[in-house]
Design a protein around this ligand. Structure first.
Ligand SMILES: Cc1ncc(COP(=O)(O)O)c(C=O)c1O
Length: 387
């Protein structure tokens, strides 16, 4: 048993210990802990759709009509008609021939990359890509070449100089989850064309956010150049699960080869119905996506008013780098006492010395509350000797 406690003690001594905290969601922007209300600035519920009346009604209706669970994997127990409708609309939304849903983004990345890439192949992966992309690459057995974050000159140099007998893939987060910046997909397309590499983009944080909600490829107008567009149903779409959109042959291939798709019970009907209702909200009106962008800029402007250094991406993710894990935890705790929840992001999620506060803005946030929170965040940073 020492093995377990030694690890935990080490994590505690480094300020890296993690613990589940019980938060009771009370709206799309607030949670309660022990009866006290907190402003939530740590959620990926970017459009506030978790609490949208139509989305909730769709989930409730699906339970009433179809029960609670899928009962088995899609290829053995049968594909639910709700899936068909969802996948058809994802393809319409993304402007692709077809789409297929996975149970989570993590499973999608694991399944896609390990199915598409193999021993003879080379994956070129941004150093800040999500853990699920890293793990998918490991599982694939392909050679993995990590390029410095969004460094296109280095990417090109590495592609040029890395021998490859099989396929090449360049894979990036569309919006980087811990930094909130956007992958330069337009430039990646040029490099990919020159070296016959396929592109995979993970739109977990770009779906419902960039390109009128359609993702990073739409943001840059390069939809036809990206072979694999993956995204999640769990963040801006307020449900659970993931999708892959692309050509019919890609989708057919994944259904036949992606092990995380084949060997796992399908999503529950309520989840599929909620994701579809949320998608329709984004397809039918750009209002929420626009409000999200407005709130993101508003929060950045407020923080900058107090001299806080923030990124300037058109995304809802605002990292504030503080350095040590202890400092990040201490500032997050101080803000917590003042009724604000934001994340202290520490190694191994980010490199040592780059611990940060990560705050995320939602379309559901009220500007007055964001302004008050910005003032408190700036004060907490100052009190810790940060500017
Ligand atoms: C970039 C990125 N990809 C994939 C995932 C995994 O998605 P899911 O939470 O649906 O498993 C996440 C976050 O969780 C993410 O940030």
């Amino acid at each position: 048993m020492n093995f377990f406690t030694e690890y935990i003690d080490e994590m505690k001594s480094k300020g890296l210990y993690r613990q589940n905290q019980v938060y009771q969601p009370i709206s799309a922007s607030h949670v309660a802990i022990d009866g006290r209300e907190y402003l939530m600035l740590a959620s990926n519920n970017y459009l506030g759709l978790t609490h949208n009346d139509k989305v909730k009604a769709a989930a409730i209706e699906a339970i009433e009509r179809y029960g609670t669970g899928a009962g088995g994997a899609r290829l053995t127990t049968g594909t639910h008609p709700l899936y068909e409708a969802l996948e058809r609309d994802i393809a319409v939304f993304k402007g692709t021939e077809a789409a297929v849903a996975f149970n989570t983004g993590y499973m999608a990345n694991l399944g896609i990359i390990s199915a598409v890439m193999g021993k003879e192949d080379v994956i070129f992966s941004d150093e800040l890509n999500h853990a699920s992309i890293i793990d998918g690459g490991r599982l694939s057995g392909a050679t993995r070449v990590i390029f410095p974050h969004s460094d296109m000159a280095k990417l090109e140099e590495l592609i040029k100089n890395t021998p490859c007998k099989g396929k090449r893939m360049i894979v990036v987060d569309g919006v980087f989850s811990m930094d909130g910046d956007i992958a330069p997909l337009d430039k990646i397309v040029k490099i990919a064309k020159e070296y016959q590499a396929m592109i995979m983009v993970d739109d977990a944080h770009a779906t419902g956010v960039l390109g009128r909600g359609r993702g990073t490829a739409a943001h840059f107008g390069v939809e036809d150049e990206v072979t694999i567009q993956m995204g999640t149903l769990s963040k801006a779409l307020g449900a659970e699960g993931a999708y892959v959109a692309g050509k019919k042959e890609l989708i057919d291939f994944l259904i036949n080869k992606a092990r995380s798709y084949i060997f796992s019970t399908a999503l529950a009907p309520a989840t599929i119905a909620a994701a579809h209702a949320a998608l329709k909200e984004v397809m039918n009106s750009s209002a929420l996506v626009e409000r999200l962008a407005e709130n993101g800029q508003f929060m950045r402007d407020e923080l900058m008013k107090y001299g806080v250094n923030v990124n300037q991406a058109e995304t809802p993710i605002i990292p504030i780098i503080v350095g040590s894990a202890q400092k990040a935890t201490s500032i997050a705790n101080t803000l917590n006492e003042q009724g604000i929840i934001l994340s202290a992001i520490r190694p191994p999620t980010v490199p040592v010395g780059e611990s940060r506060l990560r705050l995320t803005v939602s379309a559901a946030h009220d500007k007055k509350e964001l302004a008050k929170a910005a003032k408190k965040i700036a004060k907490a940073l100052q009190d810790e000797g940060m500017e």
